[in-house]
Ligand binder design. Structure first.
Ligand code: 2IT
Length: 452
């Protein structure tokens, strides 16, 4: 088909999704990125023609929206909105995290659920895609307030999930503490001890390496990308954003492999530590997070030789590799231009959709090694899949075993992206590779299951 007709087909498809999902910019952004690479592929595949696969994939199988009332420490009644998006179950039970953050809305969770479908498919494990959350802000809340909120949230959610139906986990604002409270309430109401959530504590069915897994997986993926151009992590400089669970795992693994981390960041600005964020400074990230006030600047209190840049993002710092590990749309076209002008060779996304569409296109046009989060951060959910396996067989694997499986999965995802993303000149378009490789497995399962 002529290039012009292909573009027209993409545009037609995007217009329909846009009309059906007004005021959902994040969801539309995620759909556009997939449509641009998957529609040209569908056109070449006779067996996919006319099956409305992408039309079906962009419509959630089910969306649950519910009231979450709770009582704060002052005795006042608070009301939040809870969600679970059950996006696609063609290849396994819905699987994906829960996010508690004031920016949570339907658009954000639908983009995350949509990405999760492709990501989970890429892991090769039998997991469908879902996502959930609430517009609850854990910042400044007491432990008991968080517990009461989680209990109220699960009182409704427990009617819609289960180990064979939908298995949530953590995401921004939901860590081990929240997963514990959610699990406790599920078990109490349903009277079932099952692997209904992942990211659990080790005492009650959690997996070793799950806390580190997303970050470790990102760096394993980055290592594979660098090797395609004969380079290694060792000796490279890295800029990282965020200081949460994902950034922490990223920083830890970069250090293990001999790279140097120059930055981390928070909503308040970024930290530049010329000496490198290594050793006990890595644990300081955990303390920053545990402090609950969400300020990167507090790093300076402990390490006064580092510099803090208020209201700025780390993408103005010269580095070999950039790893956005904070949140969606944290790296825009200007940031991409800065990075490229400063000689970046690789951008490995650790957050979900951290780069805007024009930033992604800029990296691709400049032939930078660029991987989308759905490929490079899939180690988190992959290890959740390994946690589900351990729960099902009622055994716990050693750290070495889980880590080895994680690494193998990341190498496999990298290979799948390469196979589907390699272009004529040898450049690997990981966006195209991830989208098509992720799409194919879900599409095959949907075709086999009929019009559902
Ligand atoms: O974005 C993600 O992949 C996650 N928040 C992890 C999901 C999971 O089920 O472990």
């Amino acid at each position: 088909m002529e290039q012009q007709n292909v573009e027209q087909k993409i545009q037609e498809f995007v217009s329909i999704v846009e009309a059906r999902n007004p005021n959902e910019p994040e969801f539309l952004q995620a759909v556009k990125e997939v449509a641009a690479t998957v529609i040209p592929f569908i056109i070449t595949k006779k067996e996919y023609n006319g099956k409305k696969l992408l039309e079906r994939m962009t419509e959630a199988e089910r969306i649950i929206i519910f009231r979450v009332p709770w009582v704060d420490d002052k005795g006042e009644i608070q009301v939040n909105r809870g969600y679970r998006i059950q996006m696609n179950s063609a290849i396994g039970p819905y699987k994906g995290g829960i996010r508690f953050h004031p920016t949570v809305n339907l658009s954000v969770l639908k983009f995350l659920a949509f990405e999760q479908v492709f990501k989970n498919s890429l892991t090769t494990l039998p997991m469908g895609g879902g996502k959930g959350g609430a517009d609850f802000d854990p910042q400044g809340k007491s432990d008991m307030e968080v517990m009461r909120f989680c209990q109220s949230f699960m009182t409704e959610l427990c009617k819609h999930i289960g180990p064979e139906t939908d298995v949530p986990a953590g995401d921004i604002g939901v860590g081990a503490r929240e997963v514990g409270y959610l699990f406790g309430q599920y078990k109490r109401i349903r009277n079932e001890f099952t692997g209904v959530l992942t990211g659990k504590g080790l005492a009650y069915g959690g997996s070793l390496i799950r806390p580190e897994a997303t970050g470790y997986g990102v760096v394993y993926f980055c290592e594979q990308m660098l090797r395609t151009i004969g380079q290694e992590v060792a000796g490279k400089t890295f800029t990282v954003s965020g200081f949460g669970n994902v950034a922490w795992g990223v920083v830890k693994k970069i250090n293990q492999l001999g790279g140097k981390v120059l930055t981390i960041s928070g909503p308040d600005g970024y930290i530049y530590d010329e000496a490198g964020i290594s050793g006990d400074k890595i644990d300081a990230l955990l303390e920053l997070r545990a402090s609950g006030n969400n300020r990167a600047e507090d790093y300076i209190l402990k390490y006064p030789e580092a510099k803090f840049f208020a209201g700025k993002r780390p993408w103005e710092v010269k580095c070999d590799v950039a790893i956005p590990a904070a949140t969606q749309n944290e790296l825009n076209l200007d940031d991409a231009k800065n990075l490229v002008a400063n000689g970046v060779i690789c951008v490995t996304e650790a957050a979900n959709m951290p780069s805007t569409l024009d930033a992604i296109n800029y990296f691709l046009d400049n032939k930078i090694l660029f991987s989308p989060g759905k490929a490079s951060n899939a180690g988190g959910v992959a290890t959740s899949g390994l946690e589900m396996t351990q729960n099902s067989i009622r055994l716990n694997w050693s750290s070495e075993e889980v880590d080895a499986r994680l690494k193998e999965i990341m190498i496999g995802i990298h290979k799948a992206c390469r196979d589907y993303g390699k272009e004529g000149d040898g450049y690997v378009n990981y966006v195209k590779g991830a989208n098509i490789a992720g799409f194919v497995k879900v599409a095959e399962a949907m075709l086999a299951q009929g019009v559902v």
